[in-house]
Design a binder for this molecule. Structure first.
Ligand SMILES: NC(=O)c1ccc[n+]([C@@H]2O[C@H](COP(=O)([O-])OP(=O)(O)OC[C@H]3O[C@@H](n4cnc5c(N)ncnc54)[C@H](OP(=O)(O)O)[C@@H]3O)[C@@H](O)[C@H]2O)c1
Length: 240
């Protein structure tokens, strides 16, 4: 897909990977609708990046807020969505017998329910685009290496990202004949606020968000009948 003038929706755009994805898409000429709860941060990005970046305050776990956010996006985009990046997510790490129900619920709600709600809001738009133009769009889900291998103290996070892998694989098979590509990315450690939120120290030598964004752009720019359905990326030397 040529990204020039395409409409991209990026969840979790206020920080980390979502911010890097948004910037990389803008640099390729896309128009980006960035969703997150911290509206002040999104507004700051609009001031820095210009009016091709549209801030949309939204908690992706809240059905009514997601409905309102997509209504705003479709109003401002002439009813188009070419790209959805389901990136908003978090970890809350800890031993299973020490994890609170809130810690469990917020990971499930953000990493799975939020992906479901945003995907559900996007699919009718992409299916209509496919009927009109023969190509629907591209949905990219940000899972994690934690969606491929389990580890102590991250069981709830593992459960969400393994779940996201299943959702992505099923979605890919469900909508490919509607001209919609689905890709699931599995990054290892990236230098973002993720580790602080998760309550862990993180990797001493993580990847940079801009490097992961380079892979997102590569995957999006592939030819129409060429689908990269999964990509795993890791720091070469995680311990430095
Ligand atoms: N960093 C890593 O090592 C790593 C590795 C593999 C996968 N990932 C995945 O990459 C994704 C992005 O994480 P990150 O590393 O960029 O972390 P981050 O720097 O903490 O950013 C997380 C983003 O998600 C947003 N967010 C969280 N809850 C939200 C909600 N309920 N509604 C809307 N937005 C919400 C945050 O915005 P607000 O707080 O403003 O709402 C923020 O923009 C996550 O899915 C994470 O699981 C990260």
């Amino acid at each position: 897909m040529n990204l020039q003038h395409k409409i991209a929706v990026v969840t979790g755009a206020s920080a980390g990977l979502g911010r890097a994805f948004s910037k990389a898409l803008l640099d390729r000429g896309a128009i980006v609708f960035g969703l997150a709860r911290r509206a002040d941060r999104l507004q700051g990005l609009r001031e820095a990046w210009g009016e091709a970046f549209h801030p949309v305050a939204c908690d992706v776990t809240d059905e009514a807020q997601v409905t309102a956010a997509f209504r705003q996006i479709l109003d401002e985009s002439d009813g188009r969505i070419d790209i959805l990046v389901n990136n908003a997510g978090l970890g809350r790490f800890g031993a299973i017998d020490e994890l609170s129900v809130d810690d469990w619920d917020v990971q499930m709600a953000t990493n799975l329910r939020g992906v479901f709600l945003c995907t559900r809001a996007t699919l009718p738009v992409m299916k209509a685009q496919n009927r009109a133009h023969g190509f629907g769009g591209h949905i990219v889900n940000i899972a994690s290496v934690a969606g491929l291998v389990g580890n102590p103290r991250i069981a709830a996070y593992n459960a969400t990202k393994f779940g996201l892998r299943g959702f992505s694989d099923a979605l890919m098979k469900e909508v490919r004949d509607d001209g919609i590509k689905v890709t699931c990315l599995y990054p290892g450690s990236v230098a973002t606020d993720f580790a602080d939120v998760a309550g862990t120290s993180g990797s001493p030598n993580p990847m940079q968000p801009e490097d992961v964004a380079g892979t997102l752009i590569h995957v999006l720019e592939g030819p129409d009948n060429y689908l990269v359905s999964e990509v795993v990326m890791r720091p070469l030397r995680p311990r430095g």
